[in-house]
Design a binder for this molecule. Sequence first.
Ligand SMILES: Cc1ncc(COP(=O)(O)O)c(C=O)c1O
Length: 377
Amino acid sequence: LIYLDHNATTPLDPEVRVEMDRCLDGSLGNPSSLHSAGQAARRLIDRARERVARLIGAQPDEILFCSGGTEANNLAIAGTLGARPAHLITTAVEHQAVLNPCRHLEQSGAALTVLPVDGEGLLDPAAVGSALRPATRLVSVMLANNDVGTLQPVAAVATQTRARGVLLHSDAAQAAGKIRIDVAALGVDLLSIAGHKLHGPQGSGALYVRRGTRLDPLLFGGHQERGLRPGTESVAAITGLGKACELAAARLAEDARRLAALRNAFEEGVLARIAGAAVNSSHAPRLPNTSSVSFEGLDGEALAINLDLLEVAVSTGAACSTATREPSHVLLAMGRTPEQARSSIRVSFGRGNTAEQAARAVDRVEQAVQLMRRGAA
Ligand SMILES: Cc1ncc(COP(=O)(O)O)c(C=O)c1O
């Protein structure tokens, strides 16, 4: 199988697995226990916190561990809104894990503004400035889009929010490990990371919370994670996330260069050989690994299924939206018609892919498209 769906999830890095395995040998206690078995677990969590912080230029005490990107986003959004009626702003191309908590809060009485994007999927930072109100508490703008890879101008948005004393959250689930992140340069107050998008374990994640940012917990229980995310920590998952962040930091430049070369070779091959193919967001700054391609007149889902039969794994967009069979809300927000949006597949490269696989993927896409077009003729 040629696995080209790394934006859905990435294989666990073998070095991550080694460190996680050591956590599962039965020698570790509860990290809150005073005895040596507990303290050994605590030290692993401390080390992981330092590694996660280092990847994004944060301090260790600004990192909260949680179960993944969805929980980090929910905590950032609902945890900063507070009890008073408030206004929040987000964009039309966010992942469901941002849009749905925002909509939920709207149903509970908050005011919500969902800003549009242009044809490349980019937000105009000036639009954030115009949308800010005295009651605005939070702006949430993703760093990198999961469907098309567009990088949003988060630092420029921060200039607007800072000037008005409004908190800024960024969902960096797809960005972390693929592009350099420096929370100070970005100017964000909160930033979400998902372990399984950077060759770490599923069910691991972190929320960066700038020192001094007021955050309320969503869960109530013990004192873990300063009471902001109570519950006994998953030492193995946290250790795996920490190791994945350490590896990502060490390999970032090399991975990005290599993945961009694979992605570009794939796109050049597809565009040269398949009539009616078009790359979405190709003129925007975007992730090095992500390619969203539309094939005129074809059904993207059928194409993805045909490619699976040819042993190439791609997707039609966010894995969690696949079950709904709705066209990508990201492509619709970019002005594509439902038919155009339905004609797209998402190809996302990762650390294990080779140039030979990228070339073979072009052959298989061409083969599948030809088969489908012949079948339809
Ligand atoms: C941009 C983005 N945010 C959030 C998530 C959710 O992360 P998780 O699956 O760790 O809950 C994902 C992936 O599914 C994503 O792509």
